[in-house]
Design a protein around this ligand. Structure first.
Ligand code: SAM
Length: 281
């Protein structure tokens, strides 16, 4: 095992006071960091992309497990500290300073690629939606979110947590909730519980559909989640009842009862109607 000074000492030496605007809650318990890495499976092949290494607890665990890590960190104060970590593991850690929202993770390093990250909660969902754009570039994504968001990503139809993010994530990935982490494990502790989840991209989406149309249909249906589809889908601009019937769906159903496949069926009918309208001119 590589001998490194305790994380708390490194943080103190570099004066790294947590910055709330960057969603900084540091995980200093190296056993928990190692548990996240174990959840990600075999990290020795290809590239492991970490977003937001901060003081590098999770990064240490990844390196210790034999990963080749490319880490993207927005906070320039972490540069020197992460540089020391890179020196301790020559050739194994590349740090990219910058905003992960503006960097295409799907092209970093070599395949197989996986993402392992304790995400900044303020941009966690936005980052996930970005990675879903090119999801087959990754073999897995092991991510820590605030528990409520993790539950939404993994939610099943018929539950309160089920919504837009559940459909888009599950359409493209198999989702597993791994374990929860108590706020006290972090410095400073966040107001909320956290959960680690793994998303395994499917070789092909659960059912065929155009992504943009599926996003439009789910946004419309869940825009008024308490309303029946015959009402909520009116915002798509056509005859909502005819749309549901053409997709074989009860127009009096509510969005949260529909499966991902049923949303895909709705999206396909919308596309069919719009294409027919375009052809007629
Ligand atoms: N991985 C560290 C840990 O587990 O202790 C830190 C996790 S902390 C919850 C989130 C990290 O993401 C912080 O280091 C923060 O500076 C960084 N961060 C915030 N927004 C970012 C962005 N848009 N791109 C890259 N890093 C970001």
């Amino acid at each position: 095992m590589t001998e490194l000074p305790p994380l708390r000492d490194v943080i103190a030496r570099h004066g790294l006071l947590a910055d709330k605007s960057l969603g900084q809650h540091f995980l200093l318990d190296l056993n928990l960091c190692a548990r996240i890495v174990r959840t990600a499976g075999d990290v020795t092949r290809g590239t492991t992309i970490e977003v937001g290494p901060g003081p590098g607890g999770l990064t240490r665990a990844l390196l210790e497990a034999g990963a080749n890590v490319i880490a993207i960190e927005k906070d320039p104060r972490c540069g020197a500290l992460l540089g020391e970590l890179a020196d301790a593991y020559p050739g194994k850690l590349e740090v990219i300073p910058g905003d992960a929202l503006k960097i295409d993770a799907a092209t970093l390093g070599t395949a197989p690629r996986r993402i392992v990250a304790n995400l900044p909660y303020n941009v966690g969902t936005e980052l996930l939606f970005g990675w879903l754009e090119n999801v087959t570039a990754f073999e897995s994504m092991t991510l820590m979110f605030q528990r409520e968001v993790a539950l939404r990503i993994a939610a099943e139809p018929g539950t309160k947590a089920y919504g837009r993010v559940s459909i888009m994530a599950q359409w493209l990935c198999h989702v597993e909730i791994a374990f929860d982490i108590n706020p006290r494990a972090f410095t400073p502790p966040p107001q909320v519980d956290s959960s680690v989840i793994t998303l395994y991209p499917r070789p092909a989406p659960l059912a065929p559909a155009n992504r943009a149309t599926l996003e439009r249909v789910t946004a419309s249906a869940f825009g008024q989640r308490r309303k029946m589809l015959r009402q909520s889908l009116k915002s798509l601009g056509g005859d909502a009842i005819a749309l549901c019937e053409a997709a074989g769906i009860d127009p009096t159903a509510r969005a949260e009862t529909l499966t991902v496949q049923q949303f895909c069926a709705l999206a396909n009918v919308v596309d069919g109607l719009e294409n027919a309208r375009d052809t007629r001119g």
